[in-house]
Design a protein around this ligand. Structure first.
Ligand SMILES: Nc1ncnc2c1ncn2[C@@H]1O[C@H](COP(=O)(O)OP(=O)(O)OP(=O)(O)O)[C@@H](O)[C@H]1O
Length: 214
């Protein structure tokens, strides 16, 4: 079974211990929820999983192979963490088309499908700067799923979504997990996390613990 394993992962920035000996094992096809207060380290953990930061100590491996030295491993992450960098003068579709031109692994039809799954119209002539916050969030979700990632990382992905957007997003993550993706979601919204996740963890001052329901 494909597994991502985080072992004793710590991250210090200046004197602050942002992640403290984090251990976590993520399996294919499962949805993981992480809850925690502002500043507890959730985003930093997602950045670690997305390999956007390097640990001060500890490792992340995929099926036993260290991901900091990932020769020969093809593991695609779909990430919705920070405000996505998009071109303001391009339409949503044109932005995704540009991003897809980097890896060249998907067709225009697949870009359109990804947009359709989250309720965006690929033919919408509006440029990104005219998008509402919720539309921007939907476009970031479309970008994250369009290249069929092996794992998906979402940081508070739904705070600007309306009811319809939320429903579409929930369907997407359930479908992606069923297709075999690993999905990790960080949120303050305990109820949302509880309704979606197979396993839940709490983050507190950089320490991760399994959440045991009372
Ligand atoms: N670039 C940085 N340099 C120094 N400290 C940082 C940096 N980025 C984040 N931090 C600190 O790391 C800690 C964890 O931040 P993080 O963004 O992971 O929290 P979070 O749990 O995602 O919070 P929120 O719920 O507000 O999004 C915070 O104390 C924050 O101030």
């Amino acid at each position: 079974m494909s597994t991502i394993t985080v072992k004793n992962y710590s991250k210090k920035i200046k004197k602050a211990q942002i992640l403290n000996q984090v251990n976590l094992s993520l399996e294919k096809g499962k949805i993981y929820g992480i809850i925690g207060r502002n500043g507890s380290g959730k985003t930093m953990l997602l950045r670690a999983l997305g390999r956007l930061i390097q640990p001060t100590s500890g490792t992340i491996d995929f099926n036993g192979v260290d991901l900091s030295n990932p020769d020969g491993i093809s593991l695609r992450a779909g990430v919705v963490i920070e405000h996505a960098e998009m071109y303001p003068h391009l339409t949503g579709y044109e932005n995704l088309e540009f991003l897809a031109s980097i890896q060249k692994i998907i067709t225009p039809q697949e870009i359109r499908m990804a947009m359709g799954r989250i309720g965006l119209d690929p033919e919408d002539p509006r440029t990104y700067k005219k998008y509402s916050l919720g539309m921007k969030q939907r476009l970031a979700i479309a970008q994250a799923i369009m290249e069929r990632p092996d794992y998906l990382l979402f940081d508070e992905p739904t705070n600007a979504l309306d009811g319809e957007g939320l429903e579409l997003w929930r369907n997407i993550i359930e479908e992606e997990a069923q297709k075999g993706a690993i999905v990790v979601i960080c949120s303050h919204d305990r109820e949302e996390i509880q309704s979606l996740s197979h396993e839940i963890y709490t983050m507190h001052e950089g320490r991760l613990e399994k959440y045991v329901q009372a």
